[in-house]
Design a protein around this ligand. Structure first.
Ligand code: ADP
Ligand code: 5GP
Length: 189
């Protein structure tokens, strides 16, 4: 095995399809992978930590960072803003990590335009019924928020063909297997 190739990976998929669960499993198998911590204006959920899950910042601060050009990409999603800071990608790359952005579809399209070398993966739920069950089962979203997320999910599914790979998260193990192979295939010489 030669020296590892530097690659940036972008993972998208409807809220509740299992992106964070898949990422946690990936990290166990490939310890070098590291997700960028995004900035967001949304409320912190129970169990989330500032600086680990997100940089939770007020809207005024987010807008200021947009003005200063500090984001490599950002979007408005639902009633909140989410964005990837340039400094965050640099921080992880400097540490020699395999950088993974877990972001929604518009942000992913922006990254692909900016960094055509990035490898993109779309995770789909096995069905909308299962997606609803997962979001409800996670127990972190209000009824109104869940409805909005399912609406957005239907829109997001239309983007899946733009990705380099599309992987169904039915059995977690199988999904993680496939994405591990994609990452290893792109980073190992
Ligand atoms: P996302 O990060 O895409 O919003 P999460 O990782 O938070 O999604 O997963 C949403 C819920 O679905 C969680 O409760 C998680 O445990 C569950 N989940 C994830 N993957 C699977 C799977 N393959 N089968 C069943 N449940 C899953
Ligand atoms: P959640 O509120 O469930 O944490 O995230 C909502 C959506 O925003 C998810 O699809 C998530 O992947 C996406 N997201 C999180 N951070 C970013 C980001 O920095 N940029 C973009 N474009 N989307 C993000």
């Amino acid at each position: 095995m030669g020296e590892a190739k530097r690659k940036i990976f972008v993972i998208s998929g409807p809220s509740g399809c299992g992106k964070n669960t898949v990422y946690d499993e990936l990290k166990k198998r490939i310890p070098d992978v590291q997700q960028t911590v995004s900035a967001t204006t949304r409320e912190k959920r129970e169990g989330e930590t500032d600086g680990i899950d997100y940089y939770f910042i007020p809207k005024e601060e987010f807008l200021k960072k947009i003005e200063k050009g500090e984001f490599v990409e950002y979007v408005r999603y639902g009633n909140n803003y989410y964005g990837t800071l340039k400094s965050e990608i640099k921080r992880l790359a400097d540490e020699g990590k395999t950088v993974i952005l877990i972001i929604e579809v518009n942000g992913a399209a922006n990254i692909k335009r900016l960094l055509p070398d990035a490898v993109s993966v779309f995770i789909t739920p096995p069905s909308f019924d299962e997606l609803t069950k997962r979001i409800v089962g996670r127990g972190t979203n209000s009824a109104e928020d869940i409805k909005k997320r399912i609406e957005i999910a239907k829109e997001e599914m239309r983007f899946k063909d733009m990705y380099d790979y599309c992987v169904v998260n039915d059995r977690l193990e199988d999904c993680v297997d496939r994405i591990s192979k994609i990452i290893k295939g792109a980073t190992e010489k």
